[in-house]
Ligand binder design. Structure first.
Ligand code: FUB
Length: 348
C-alpha cells in the first residue's frame, strides 16, 4: 500500500466526526520552523533549554513508494528554544550524509542523549547495501556539530532510535519501524530482503512485530545487551496482534517516565494514530492504554514527549502546509494528563 496523503479536509472531518468521544477540541497550531521542512522532532531539555533534533525533509524528486524512497533526507539541523512559544534558534547543519563513512542514503528520524560531558546524536540511515542501521555521532555541545563514528552501532538495524535516560542514569535505546523501516526483514534474526512491508495477511493472528529495546553501554556507542522485544499487551494481558492496525506498533517509538511509571508511545503507521502503553519497567511488558493523537494531515506522525518548566509537551509533525507526505512541519502542544498519568487524546 502506498503511503497516501490524508487531505486536510479529511483530517478535519475525522476530528469533527467524533463529538462526545472524549477527544480534545481541534486547535490550529503554527509550525515551529518556517524556512525548512522538518519532521520527527525529538525534544530534550539540556542546560535548561529545549533542544529539538528533527529530520530535515527535502524535495529530492524521488517517486513515492511503499518503502519511503521519497524520504531521501541528506542532513540534520538542530534547533533550540529558551521557552515554549519563544524564539526558535536554528544551529545550522550539524551532520551531513557525506560525512558519515558507512551511510549510503536516507537520514531518517534522529534522537539525542547526554552522558559525561558528551552529547550523542543517534540516527538511522541505509548503509551501502541499502540496509537500515543506526549510527552515532558525538559533540561537546547539544547544538553540534556532530562527528559520526566510522561504523554504525554493532548489532543495530531498522529505524527511529529513541534514547531514554532513566532516573538512575542508565540509557536505553528503543528503535524499529515496519514496512520502509525494514523491521519485518529481521523477523528470523537475519536480514531477509523478501519481507518487503509487514509480515503479511497470514500473520494477522500472530503477535504483532515489536519495537526493540537495548541498554546502552557506558560508552553510549554500543548496545550492552542483545535488543529485546518491547511487548505490548491488551487489557486481557494478551499480546497485540499483527492484524490490530489501530493499536499495534509501527514506528516512531518514544519513552518517558511519569510518577515512577514508564510510558512507551509510538505511531500505528497506516492507521495514523499515536498511541501509548504503560509499564512498571523500561523493558515492559507494556499494557496498551489508548490514543494520544488522532490522525494529522499527512501520512506519518512522529512525536516526542518532554517535561519542561513543570509542564509536559508533545512535539509532532504534519504536512498541512505542503500537502506532500515527505515535506513536513514540526509543531508542539501541551500534553494534558490526569493525576494517574492517563494522557488526554489530542485532535490535531
Ligand atoms: O522521516 C522518515 C520516517 O518517517 C521516520 O523515520 C518515520 O518515523 C516517519 O516519520
Amino acid at each position: 500500500m502506498i503511503r497516501t496523503f490524508l487531505p486536510a479536509g479529511l483530517a478535519v472531518l475525522l476530528a469533527l466526526a467524533s463529538p462526545g468521544t472524549g477527544y480534545g477540541q481541534e486547535t490550529k497550531v503554527k509550525p515551529l520552523i518556517g524556512d525548512l521542512f522538518t519532521a520527527d522532532p525529538s525534544a530534550h531539555v539540556f542546560n535548561n533549554k529545549i533542544y529539538i533534533y528533527p529530520s530535515h525533509d527535502i524535495e529530492a524528486n524521488v517517486p513515492q513508494d511503499d518503502e519511503g524512497g521519497h524520504f531521501n533526507m541528506r542532513d540534520y539541523h538542530v534547533y533550540s528554544m529558551d521557552n515554549i512559544g519563544g524564539k526558535v534558534t536554528d544551529h545550522g547543519v550539524v551532520l551531513d550524509l557525506k560525512d558519515i563513512p558507512w551511510a549510503g542514503r536516507q537520514l531518517w528520524a534522529p534522537d539525542a542523549a547526554f552522558k559525561n560531558g558528551t552529547y550523542y546524536l543517534y540516527f538511522p540511515a541505509k548503509d551501502k547495501e541499502d540496509v537500515f542501521r543506526i549510527g552515532v555521532a558525538t559533540s561537546k555541545s547539544p547544538a553540534g556539530p556532530f562527528k559520526a563514528e566510522p561504523k554504525p552501532i554493532p548489532g543495530s538495524y531498522s529505524i527511529d532510535p529513541a534514547a531514554f535516560t532513566d532516573t538512575d542514569g542508565q540509557t536505553y535505546m528503543y528503535f524499529g519501524g515496519i514496512w520502509g523501516g525494514q523491521l519485518q526483514r529481521w523477523h528470523s534474526g537475519k536480514y531477509d530482503k523478501a519481507l518487503s512491508t509487514d509480515l503479511g495477511k497470514g500473520h494477522d493472528k500472530e503477535p504483532a512485530l515489536s519495537a526493540k529495546v537495548a541498554k546502552m553501554s557506558d560508552d553510549m556507542r554500543t548496545f550492552a545487551e542483545a535488543p529485546r522485544d518491547v511487548q505490548i499487551l491488551d487489557e486481557h494481558g494478551k499480546p497485540l496482534l499483527g492484524g490490530d492496525h489501530d493499536r499495534r506498533f509501527f514506528e516512531g517509538a518514544w519513552m518517558h517516565k511519569f510518577n515512577g511509571k514508564y510510558y512507551f508511545s509510538y505511531s500505528t503507521g497506516d492507521t495514523h494514530l499515536l498511541c501509548y502503553a504503560e509499564s512498571a519497567s523500561p523493558y515492559g511488558p507494556f499494557t496498551y492504554k489508548g490514543v494520544i493523537m488522532k490522525p494529522v494531515t499527512g501520512w506519518t506522525t512522529h512525536h516526542s514527549i518532554v517535561e519542561f518548566k513543570g509542564k509536559w509537551y508533545i512535539f509532532y509533525h504534519d504536512s498541512e502546509i505542503s500537502g506532500k507526505t515527505h515535506l513536513r512541519n514540526v509543531k508542539v502542544r501541551e500534553l494534558v494528563r490526569g493525576a494517574d498519568g492517563a494522557i488526554a487524546p489530542i485532535v490535531p
